[in-house]
Design a protein around this ligand. Structure first.
Ligand code: SF4
Length: 416
């Protein structure tokens, strides 16, 4: 979501004649911020402290993103060197205010990486109508606003015409998408977008176990364009904790969805989020989460230690009663468990073929990209390959996080 906002702001700045440059040479620095966890928020403050050295009367520092909704103008009192506090989406007014301040010599600036990259993020819902007790998102992003289906399709079509090969439909709870004029939900939208000529891949995130519909899984299973990856946060493997989190489902519902998805798409990549140390999470409750992770065999698990977010139900009405050291122990225990699971799962790719959408070249000049199930893949002997190409590899090596494979030349055997 933040990447999509950064893209939107950058596109507007580029259209207004600004260019990307290094921080040392730049006139304007804009921080797009996340406050979903305390650690993210702390990073914003530390960056703002660092920028004090950089600031001169001719330079502008602006902050946008969720911290603006949370802290507002209090930020300028705390950081007097901060020039502008820009609400999410209110970019045009900010850019209008900058007008005339800077006189550019465009030829001197670094070439920007190009805004029409391989993947294009399209926001289909802003905000969230759920009220998970730990989550600050509804407070900082507001209630759900759904983008009309035709507008989403038009944006995707334009992105493909501009060179994108993949579009990613975004919503805090993307499964809840429905066209405001009644033209259908996410499955209908996905059906429309996947038919855009030239589009090679379609992803959507983030799903919610309470709202994910079987119809969507069937659309995924039948499509060559929709990626075989589901981002489906479980948050806890304990029903009591899920209830206290107000997630709206129990573990048996979650298991049933995963079971349905895997029956339709046995090779589906499954990504989840887990919080450890939520208020009231006993050792037994924690072990239920551990057991669920072992049982589900996720490809990726994002694990966070609970931190109270001001203004949320959990922060105001529950006691943060799991000690920090205990949260850390649970976090490390799950990280170690998931490392083993991920290594075992990726090892199964060795000897198999996979389709890779190339995103760029690494420091060794090897092309890399992602397979349809979401894993990163490096391509050996693929020097002529460019970002946006779709190639096939035969996987030779696998680590927990990525695959490495040999390019399979079209219509022939792998290069010797
Ligand atoms: S569904 Fe996601 S974004 Fe919405 S309140 Fe729950 S955790 Fe936050």
């Amino acid at each position: 979501m933040n990447s999509a906002d950064s893209e939107s702001l950058a596109r507007r700045l580029l259209a207004a004649g600004y260019v990307e440059d290094s921080l040392e040479r730049a006139d304007v620095a804009i921080l797009n911020t996340c406050v979903v966890r305390q650690a993210s928020e702390d990073r914003v403050y530390s960056k703002l402290h660092e920028l004090k050295e950089w600031k001169t009367p001719d330079r502008t520092i602006a902050v946008t993103g969720c911290i603006v909704a949370k802290e507002g103008e209090a930020l300028t009192r705390r950081f007097p060197h901060l020039d502008a506090v820009v609400p999410i989406g209110d970019y045009d007014a900010f850019i209008a205010n900058l007008e005339g301040r800077y006189d550019y010599s465009l030829g001197e600036a670094l070439p920007h990486a190009g805004r029409t990259g391989v993947s294009h993020f399209v926001r289909v819902i802003q905000g969230c109508d759920h009220n998970c007790t730990f989550c600050i998102v509804p407070r900082v992003r507001g209630r759900e606003k759904h983008v009309p289906l035709e507008a989403v399709v038009a944006e995707c079509r334009q992105a493909v015409a501009d060179g994108a090969k993949e579009v990613v439909l975004l919503g805090q709870n993307v499964d809840d998408y429905h066209d405001p004029d009644g033209r259908g939900g996410l499955a209908a939208l996905v059906r429309k977008v996947e038919k855009i000529p030239g589009l090679r891949r379609l992803r959507f995130l983030t799903s919610h176990p309470q709202d994910l519909e079987t119809e969507l899984l069937e659309v995924m299973a039948a499509s060559d364009v929709v990626c075989r990856e589901l981002q489906l946060p479980v948050q806890s493997g304990d029903d009591m904790v899920l209830r206290r989190m107000a997630r709206g489902y129990q573990t048996r519902h979650y298991r049933a969805i995963v079971d349905r998805a895997r029956r339709l798409m046995p090779d589906i990549g499954l990504v989840t989020d887990v919080i450890v140390g939520f208020p009231g999470e006993s050792e037994a409750a924690y072990l239920n989460t551990r057991a669920l992770i072992e049982e589900m065999q996720f490809d990726v698990v994002h694990i966070a230690m609970y931190s109270p977010r001001p203004g949320t139900f959990a922060a105001t009405r529950m006691v943060d009663d799991v000690a920090q050291e205990e949260k850390l122990r649970r976090l490390n225990d799950l990280l170690a468990l998931q490392r083993e699971i991920a290594a075992r799962k990726t090892a199964r790719w060795i000897g198999r073929d996979a389709e890779v959408l190339i995103e760029g070249h690494d420091e060794l000049n090897r092309p890399y990209g992602r397979i349809r199930q979401g894993k990163r893949a490096n391509v050996l002997r693929g020097g002529e390959i460019a970002p946006g190409d779709v190639v096939n590899i035969r996987v030779l090596q696998a680590t927990a996080g990525q695959l490495t494979g040999l390019l399979i030349p079209t219509n022939s055997e792998p290069a010797a």
